[in-house]
Design a protein around this ligand. Structure first.
Ligand code: TMP
Length: 211
C-alpha cells in the first residue's frame, strides 16, 4: 500500500506522518516513511537545490528537477519497498507537482500531466491524505518553523500569499476530481485530534483494523 500526505506549507503533514509511524511501529506493521523532494541520495541533493532560498529557479527547471528526483525515488526506494510488501508512506508526491507547478506556477496542465506520467510510469498512491488548513494559518506556522531551523528551506514560504492560495485551491480541485483516492482531513485542532481523523480514514480504507 502506497500512502501519501499532502497539503500546503505548515498544514501539519510531517507531524501526522510521525504520529502514524509511531502507531504502525506499536502495531508491528511493516512500513517505511520517506519524502519528496528527497528520499534517495540524489533526491536529497536535489532537495537542497530546490528548497534553497538563494536562487530563483525557472519554473520549467523546477518542474523537471522534481520529476527527476521522483523517478529516482520510485526506482530506488518506493517500488522496492512496495515489492517487499511494506506500507510506503510518503510526504508529498505527484499531487504536489500538480498543486504547486500547475496551479501555483501556472504551467500548462496537459504538458505537466504527460511529464508526470513519463517520470512515474503511471504510479499513483493507493491513498492520499490531504490535510486541509487555510493558507494564511498554515503559512504563518511554516514561517515560524522555518525561522527556528538551522538550514533554510524557505523558498516556498517566501512566495506571496496569492501563490499559496492558488496551491490551496489546486489541492481542493484535485480532491474533488479524485474523491476515491484523495481523502480530505481537517487540519485545524491539536495534533492528537487531527491524528484521530487520519486514523478514521485509514480504518475506512482498510489500512488498519481499529483505532
Ligand atoms: P515540504 O518539506 O513542506 O514538503 O516542502 C517541500 C516543498 O516543495 C513544498 O513547498 C512544496 C514543494 N514541492 C513542489 O513544488 N513540487 C513537488 O512536486 C514537490 C514534491 C514539492
Amino acid at each position: 500500500m502506497f500512502i501519501t500526505f499532502e497539503g500546503v506549507e505548515g498544514s501539519g503533514k510531517t507531524t501526522q506522518i510521525n504520529l502514524l509511524c509511531h502507531y504502525l511501529s506499536k502495531k508491528n506493521i511493516e512500513f517505511i516513511s520517506t519524502r519528496e523532494p528527497g528520499g534517495s541520495p540524489i533526491g536529497e541533493a536535489l532537495r537542497k537545490i530546490l528548497l534553497s532560498d538563494e536562487s530563483r529557479i525557472d519554473p520549467k527547471t523546477e518542474l523537471l528537477l522534481y520529476l527527476a528526483e521522483r523517478a529516482e525515488h520510485i526506482e530506488k526506494v518506493i517500488k522496492p519497498n512496495l515489492q517487499k510488501g511494506k506500507i510506503v508512506i510518503c510526504d508529498r508526491f505527484s499531487d504536489a507537482t500538480r498543486a504547486y507547478q500547475i496551479f501555483g506556477r501556472q504551467l500548462q496542465r496537459n504538458v505537466v500531466e504527460n511529464l508526470i506520467e513519463f517520470a512515474t510510469d503511471g504510479l499513483e498512491p493507493d491513498l492520499t491524505i490531504l490535510l486541509r488548513l487555510d493558507p494564511e494559518t498554515a503559512l504563518s506556522r511554516a514561517r515560524a518553523r522555518n525561522s527556528q531551523s538551522l538550514f533554510s528551506e524557505g523558498r516556498f514560504e517566501a512566495e506571496e500569499i496569492e501563490f499559496h492560495k492558488r496551491v490551496y485551491e489546486g489541492y481542493e480541485t484535485l480532491a474533488r476530481e479524485s474523491r476515491g483516492r484523495i481523502k480530505v482531513v481537517n487540519g485545524v485542532g491539536d495534533k492528537g485530534e487531527v491524528f484521530q481523523s487520519v486514523l478514521k480514514v485509514l480504518v475506512l480504507c482498510g489500512v488498519v483494523n481499529e483505532t
